[in-house]
Design a protein around this ligand. Structure first.
Ligand code: IVH
Length: 720
């Protein structure tokens, strides 16, 4: 190859590699497999080795330098890297807004007038650009003539450290800013004069951007596991992980840590219109910006956004500890100014602490649907994660032993988002000596029957199959939303029927008579009618719901669907012309099925097969089915099941991340409606993984196994 050809090839390779890097690391879309990308990088490396003078600073081969440094050089920040004030409550935010509006009113800024009391937040408010507050390390990047020339840490705000070599290894940091089109700038509200200035800067000027380098929770956990194995002290949090990676003298080590970089500020010699526009500009220049960021018209919307983020923080792949609320109109920033170390025009609205210390008062044992006893910790009430908590789950006796928990102990509890609070640690040093051990009850706290420990399991169980608690829970499960869905026949009503001796199991519901219930307290004519109508409207039950409603151990909604599909495929010829199927047909099929055949169903493992097999061999269970049959309960066949469209027939889908256009249930129903199947975890048998926003580890797993990845749009196209 001539040098001229090599140069052309190098340019093409750089553009191609950069495109897929951008898609993957900035847009989170994999458009080329890592192996193919590596092959292109290797070819580029070889060509550059042959023609070293063709190496440019933005070449992908320049991301990792070969040698370790002795120390970091100091860098002076022309614009200081300041910090933020914190707010911990809605009131703090209201006070902050009031202070800001008062300043603006004093300065005579339009709309805010103190005399007219227009600083009242109910009457006038600012709009705010809200961003997630990333828990990482602040980094400043300088681009000269579009090329990355310097990356530095915050340091003391005035002087930081030069960490360019390490930051270059972060794939979401562009080595060269993306070329932009005038139309794109126009579409985000830039005037022709501003557009010219931006183009000038890109050609011969300096653009500085600031943002946060973050480590995903997954990488953090893997790193800690590795440290544990090597006998090293674990990292306290992902932030320390990032700092340790960036302040690392050998950039090859930084590269292994797979950090990401998100921009939250862009410094230009002129003021942009809004923070929202600045964020859009950063995205155009090739940076990763947070998809979750949102423009809020007033504090009410800010509070709703904050609450939403706090609830869903577990779904974000890296740590966040609040929302940064920024006055959107950038011309107000200089008026509001900076006080001391932080600006008045933005506020870090923190999430509530997720851990708290309290005392364990008592342990109560709840009897579940299958008779399993679950211990629940009763606590001295305490505020944590924005709610008052007085109970926490303890899972089972093994967990109590693992924690070495005693009654009266001071404990740390943790609550993240909507997750049920759990006990994470016992503060043994605070013990007084009066603490008492926790023992499993000998008799069921509900019916008084004996408690047995199940061989090979950690659980204890009430031996009485007719235990009040077990029966009630079974009936409630049968009528629940995911099962037969008898809306209006809730917990209280079921308990009332049960206590009055009207029902012993869910089948009895179908045999209730008007006169049976009309005499019960609080059953006026109307509610009697409503309940009876609801029950009789649920005599035709879709098969998957029916199987789930039976409450077979280990059978959730997804595995129930797999069993239903299995039946429909096996019995296709017989059920083709039918609208409904009698329970006898279902019973005969499942009673005669072999455990081995169940194991052959994709995604059904040996434990589930055994449980299903044993359930259908149980005499009481068959009596229950017979009773339902007697009361005319039937299985209804959905039309589309009978003519499963061939495109998705038997294809196994796994969903991960948040979908925008569909709810997860809608997506599942539509996939199933077209013959596809849903599984909860990725395995070699998975055909497609549908990836929404902020996908979880299933996405990585899918990539590892080389399973076809679908975006939401692609899914919609397929299921249309
Ligand atoms: S704007 C005035 N936006 O929080 C400083 N900061 O506690 C400009 N941070 O040093 C900050 N996420 O490193 C801003 N979306 C976000 C942020 C964010 C995290 C960090 C930043 C700053 C620290 C202050």
């Amino acid at each position: 190859m001539t040098k001229f050809d090599a140069q052309k090839r190098i340019e093409k390779l750089k553009t191609e590699i950069n495109l897929h890097r951008y898609n993957y690391h900035v847009l989170d879309k994999e458009t080329m497999s890592p192996a193919a990308l590596d092959a292109l990088k290797h070819e580029l490396f070889k060509l550059e080795e042959e023609y070293p003078d063709l190496v440019t600073p933005d070449s992908p081969t320049q991301r990792v330098s070969g040698e370790a440094l002795d120390k970091f050089e100091k860098i002076h920040h022309d614009t200081p890297m300041i910090s933020l004030f914190d707010a911990f409550s809605q009131q703090d935010m209201i006070d902050w807004q009031e202070r800001a509006i008062k300043i603006l009113a004093k300065e005579g800024i339009g709309g805010f007038n103190l005399d007219l009391n227009l600083y009242n937040p109910e009457i006038v408010s600012l709009d705010y650009f809200c961003e997630l507050k990333l828990d990482g390390l602040a980094i400043s990047l300088k681009y000269q003539n579009s090329f990355l020339i310097e990356a530095s840490t915050r340091g003391d705000g005035k002087v930081g450290e030069n960490v360019t070599g390490n930051v270059k290894t972060i794939e979401s940091v562009p080595l060269k800013l993306r070329e932009i089109k005038k139309e794109n700038l126009q579409s985000i509200g830039f005037e022709p004069k501003e557009i010219d200035e931006i183009f000038n800067l890109l050609e011969k000027g300096i653009i500085e951007v600031r943002g946060e380098a973050v480590m995903t929770t997954k990488v953090f956990e893997e790193l800690n596991k590795k440290y544990e194995k090597e006998g090293k002290a674990p990292l306290a949090n992902p932030r320390n992980g990032v700092a340790g990676s960036i302040r690392q003298l050998d950039s090859r080590i930084t590269a292994e840590r797979k950090l990401s970089f998100y921009v939250y500020d862009i410094i230009l010699p002129f003021t942009l219109k809004t923070r929202e526009q600045a964020s859009a500009l950063a995205a155009l220049l090739g940076f990763k910006t947070l998809q979750q960021n949102r423009l809020c018209q007033n504090l009410k919307e800010v509070f709703a956004f904050h609450e939403y983020c706090e609830k869903n923080r577990e779904k974000i792949p890296f740590g966040i500890d609040g929302v940064v609320v920024k006055v959107n109109n950038l011309s107000l920033w200089s008026i509001l100014g900076i006080v001391g170390k932080a600006p008045r025009y933005m506020m870090a609205y923190k999430f509530s602490a997720e851990q708290a210390v309290t005392k364990l008062k008592e342990v109560i044992w709840q009897v579940g649907r299958t008779g399993t006893l679950t211990p629940t910790a009763m606590l001295e009430p305490v505020r944590v994660g924005g709610a008052t908590i007085s109970r926490a789950t303890l899972h089972n006796m093994d967990e109590i032993e693992r924690l070495d928990l005693k009654l009266g102990d001071s404990i740390i509890i943790e609550r993240a988002g909507d997750v049920i609070p759990k006990v994470v640690e016992v503060l043994k040093n605070l013990r007084s000596g009066k603490e008492k051990g926790i023992i499993v009850p000998e008799y069921c706290p509900v019916c008084g029957s004996a408690i047995e420990k199940i061989e090979g399991e950690v659980a204890y169980r009430c031996i009485n199959k007719n235990c009040y608690a077990i029966s009630l829970r079974r009936i409630r499960h049968f009528t629940s939303k995911g099962a037969v869905d008898m809306a209006g026949v809730g917990e209280k009503i079921i308990e009332q029927f049960f206590n009055a001796g009207l029902i012993k199991d869910a089948a009895d519901l179908y045999n209730l008579k008007r006169e049976d219930i009309a005499s019960l307290p609080r059953f006026a004519d109307k509610s009697t009618d409503n309940v009876l109508t609801t029950i009789s409207s649920k005599k035709l039950i879709p098969l998957s719901r029916f199987i789930y409603a039976l409450g077979i151990k280990h059978i959730g909604e997804e595995s129930a669907q797999l069993l239903a599909d299995y039946f429909l495929v096996e019995k296709k010829e017989q059920v083709k012309k039918e609208k409904n199927i009698s329970l006898n047909v279902i019973k005969d099929f499942f009673v005669s099925i072999k455990e081995e055949s169940l194991k052959q169903i994709a995604e059904i493992g040996p434990i589930v097969s055994q449980s299903v097999f044993e359930w259908w061999q149980g005499k009481d269970n068959i009596d229950f089915i017979n009773k339902l049959e007697k009361y005319d309960v039937k299985i209804i066949l959905p039309e589309e099941k009978k003519n499963i469209s061939s495109v998705l027939k038997d294809k196994i889908f796994v969903l991960t991340g948040t979908l925008n256009g569909l709810t997860r249930d809608e997506a599942k129903d539509r996939i199933k409606g077209r013959g596809g199947k849903i599984a909860s975890s990725v395995s070699k048998k998975t055909d497609f993984v549908v990836v929404g926003e902020n996908p979880g580890s299933k996405y990585d797993e899918a990539k590892k196994l080389g399973i076809k990845i679908l975006s939401e749009e692609e899914l919609l196209r397929i299921i249309k």
